[in-house]
Design a protein around this ligand. Structure first.
Ligand code: ATP
Ligand code: MN
Ligand code: MN
Length: 301
């Protein structure tokens, strides 16, 4: 077997570099998983997660005492996370600049976990060019009481409509209630164009099928419908990243899914942090090999 240069010079296993304290602390009380198990999950999936999660500003959902206690979104740190959680200065609306966080390797992910992180949410642009979005996400949020079959169909319809516009898209189970339809893009357009395209796409769908879809956030207008949450596509917004664990009951994870496989899935959280090995094997399967990658540009609408 050919030895690649990376293989020839092994880096130390991430757990040798990042000390995880309180490994026995229960983070998911209803299913029993500990901080140590969460760290082991992330160490195992880091190679398949980093192509999507690395080199992007992230927001973290931290629950230092476990998901049943206080959790909070964190975008900035005071330098406490460690050497492998990097900073990128980003211009704020008020004209100031704030340091956002990004990671580029398993050690960075694990330093976040050591600090009590459960979830990783990412920007639609990379830390080396934050003003150039390269990923669009349509986050399908079903009204309570809707069947997962409705979400599945909605995702497929969105895929077909995007395809009509020449865009390849991919499905991800959020680990919660919905599906995210992910559109990888080449850079070269502004955040304004990015947001504008996604808003108009969602609004066109809601106008074409007002009984099934809404493009407005209002819960009242969502009755019996699916909200196509295009607001993930504004500068500064985030979406949960592939293979992120969720701070929800059962320690579910967000997972890329092949469009064919989606047909036989009946909820958005079939995998948990207990499934690291299966997830890594799946990611290498033929069906998922190219998930999330496409060289394409936004069309003019
Ligand atoms: P579900 O499938 O259950 O809807 P989800 O991850 O899509 O799961 P949403 O509530 O639809 O959850 O949120 C979509 C995204 O918006 C999240 O993944 C997150 O990145 C972002 N988000 C939600 N709430 C906040 C918040 N309070 N602060 C910052 N970002 C948030
Ligand atoms: Mn959602
Ligand atoms: Mn949403």
């Amino acid at each position: 077997k050919k030895v690649t240069p990376e293989r020839a010079a092994p880096t130390p296993a991430p757990e040798e570099v990042v000390k995880i304290s309180s490994r026995e602390r229960i983070i998911f009380p209803d299913s029993g998983q500990t901080k140590g198990q969460l760290a082991d999950y992330y160490a195992a999936v880091a190679p398949i997660m980093l192509p999507f999660a690395g080199h992007r500003p992230v927001s973290l959902v931290r629950c230092p005492q476990g998901r049943a206690k206080k959790c909070f979104f964190q975008k900035h740190d005071s330098g406490a996370f460690g050497d492998h959680v990097h900073h990128v200065p980003i211009r704020e609306k008020d004209g100031g600049t704030e340091d956002y966080l990004y990671v580029e390797d398993a050690r960075g992910i694990l330093q976040c976990v050591q600090m009590g992180t459960i979830e990783f949410h990412g920007w639609g642009s990379r830390s080396d060019d934050v003003e150039a979005p390269d990923r669009m996400v349509f986050d399908l949020d079903p009204d309570e009481g809707l069947d997962f079959a409705d979400v599945r169909h909605a995702a497929r319809d969105i895929r077909a409509r995007l395809s009509d516009l020449g865009l390849v898209s991919f499905a991800m189970l959020s680990g919660g209630k919905g599906v995210h339809v992910v559109v990888p893009l080449r850079t070269g357009h502004t955040w304004d164009a990015h947001k504008d395209f996604s808003r108009r796409f969602a609004e066109a769908l809601a106008i074409a099928e007002p009984d099934r879809f809404t493009a407005t956030m209002s819960k009242a207008k969502r009755k019996g419908k699916i909200f196509i949450d295009w607001l993930r596509n504004q500068r500064g917004s985030t979406a949960v990243l592939p293979y992120s664990a969720r701070a929800r009951s059962g320690a579910p994870v967000a997972v890329p899914i092949d469009w064919n496989e989606l047909k036989s899935i009946d909820n958005a959280h079939p995998f948990s942090i207990d499934d690291a090995k299966r997830l890594v094997e799946r990611a290498e399967s033929k069906a998922l090999a190219g998930w999330g990658f496409a060289e394409q540009r936004l069309p003019d609408l």
